[in-house]
Design a protein. Structure first.
Length: 345
């Protein structure tokens, strides 16, 4: 986290650990505000890579699951970097800054993915840099978010993942109630001071909870190479283009789409426990003979207690069995409806 920005947040009452804002003094009330009110988050849990050079577009087009040619000055995109076996190494939010591409991913994966991408550069006219401390990302969510941002920016994107850039920063519409602003540390301080009047500052994990409730997976170090894109519903959140050319793992991703029944999908669930579940934890059901039936992808403390999770598991187990966390005798998952429809198998 940029040191000036970190000092600014601490002056606002932020409790920060490992570049992530834990809370502003009232974690429980902040989670309730994320559910019921309008909130302001620092998204320091994410880092940003800049891809520049005259061959940046073709470089990314040959590596990522989505059609990078559709990323423009007014359009962002979800995409993924996959292993040759089709397993997700990183989930990405991509937008443009002039001729450059900016890739947002968990901060803990920024350096490993930078090194991975550099392995593919070879003679391409491309430069990759970690600009995580140069760009501050803010999240604004809630019923008053639109009004707050209109007052500052005047013009906002109309469609989901639309982008509007101005001298105050780059605004990306995540959904009708959620917006992401990318700015310099200096711009971010001014924006925070303005937004703070009507939006409550909350810990960064509140944004993670909102992502979970939206059914948007984020690949973390604990879940790298665990899921083919469709297992994590990345096809349903428009993170995969099935008509573009080849990229690492493309054949496996295409096969999962067009051949046979997809055996695993991602589900939204609640775990009522005092112990904190973790991404990568295994799940069990009686039909699997003691073998794990799935894995937790993302976890966040729920506003009313317990934990909300995104869980990738056997569709048969979800349909016919009670699913348990960590062991066959562990706490049972309480499944919740996703905000989008899963395809019928």
């Amino acid at each position: 986290m940029n040191q000036d920005w970190q000092n600014f947040l601490r002056a606002q009452g932020a409790q920060i650990q490992d570049s992530v804002v834990s809370h502003f003094g009232e974690a429980t009330a902040e989670r309730l505000a994320a559910r019921d009110g309008t909130v302001l988050c620092d998204l320091g849990q994410f880092g940003t890579l800049r891809i520049s050079g005259e061959e940046a577009e073709s470089f990314l087009q040959n590596l990522l699951s989505n059609d990078v040619r559709e990323v423009t000055a007014t359009r962002a995109q979800l995409s993924s970097l996959n292993s040759p076996k089709g397993r997700m190494l990183a989930s990405l939010l991509i937008w443009r800054d002039g001729q450059d591409y900016l890739l947002q991913l968990p901060r803990t994966l920024s350096e490993p993915i930078l090194k991975k991408l550099n392995m593919y550069v070879l003679r391409a006219k491309v430069k990759i840099s970690n600009v995580s401390d140069e760009i501050v990302t803010l999240g604004v969510s809630g019923v008053d978010a639109l009004e707050i941002l209109l007052a500052r920016f005047g013009e906002l994107p109309q469609a989901a993942l639309g982008v509007v850039s101005s001298e105050s920063g780059c605004v990306i519409k995540v959904s009708d109630l959620r917006w992401q602003i990318n700015a310099t540390p200096q711009q971010a301080q001014k924006l925070w001071a303005e937004f703070n009047v009507e939006a409550r500052p909350v810990g960064s994990s509140c944004w993670d909870w909102l992502n979970i409730r939206a059914g948007i997976p984020v690949i973390l170090p604990q879940t790298q190479e665990q899921f083919v894109a469709q297992m994590a519903n990345f096809d349903l959140v428009k993170g995969v283009n099935f008509s573009k050319g080849c990229y690492p793992g493309q054949e496996i991703v295409a096969r999962a789409q067009y051949l046979g029944k997809l055996k695993r999908r991602m589900y939204l669930a609640h775990i009522d426990s005092n112990e904190s579940p973790q991404p990568g934890d295994e799940l069990f059901s009686a039909d699997m003979g003691g073998q794990a039936c799935g894995t937790l992808a993302n976890v966040a403390t729920a506003p009313a207690g317990g934990y909300d999770v995104l869980a990738v598991l056997q569709t048969s187990s979800h349909e016919t069995q009670q699913v348990h966390w960590k062991s066959p005798q562990g706490t049972a998952l309480q499944f919740l409806p996703l905000p989008y429809t899963l395809p019928a198998n």
